[in-house]
Design a protein around this ligand. Structure first.
Ligand SMILES: [Zn+2]
Length: 127
């Protein structure tokens, strides 16, 4: 008599592709493949975080450069030549009146399709 209702069947290892027979939810042929697969996943996620952080750091340096030159705006074409990535922001706030506000750590700015403007360092405390 069979008590187990666990479904069994053929599967293919996510890591090496080896076809095996076992529980339906089994994904790997052995522990080594399971470890390899998860380690690679973690490495890829870490790499993605590091790349995003590098892009934010680059953006921050570019925005700080504008502030040092007392500039509050710059064309996106100019910024993109410097390596500015408009997709990398640390904050976003829907504009109360017109323009949405983006931030890169403690620097905030507004953006149009062709430029960033109102670049300023956020006040620390108060307004
Ligand atoms: Zn395998």
């Amino acid at each position: 008599m069979k008590y187990k209702t666990q479904q069994e069947g053929e599967g293919a290892c996510l890591e090496c592709g080896t076809v095996f027979y076992g529980r339906k939810d089994k994904q790997f042929c052995n522990a080594s493949c399971k470890n390899k697969w998860h380690n690679r996943l973690l490495r890829e996620r870490r790499k993605y975080r590091m790349e995003t952080f590098a892009a934010l750091t680059r953006n921050y340096g570019i925005l700080e450069g504008l502030l040092k030159e007392n500039r509050q705006s710059a064309g996106l074409a100019e910024l993109s030549e410097l390596g500015f990535d408009p997709d990398c922001v640390t904050g976003y706030r829907k504009g109360r009146y017109r323009h949405d506000e983006y931030s890169c750590f403690d620097i905030s700015y507004c953006r149009s399709p062709s430029k960033v403007f109102n670049v300023r360092r956020k006040a620390s405390g108060g307004r």
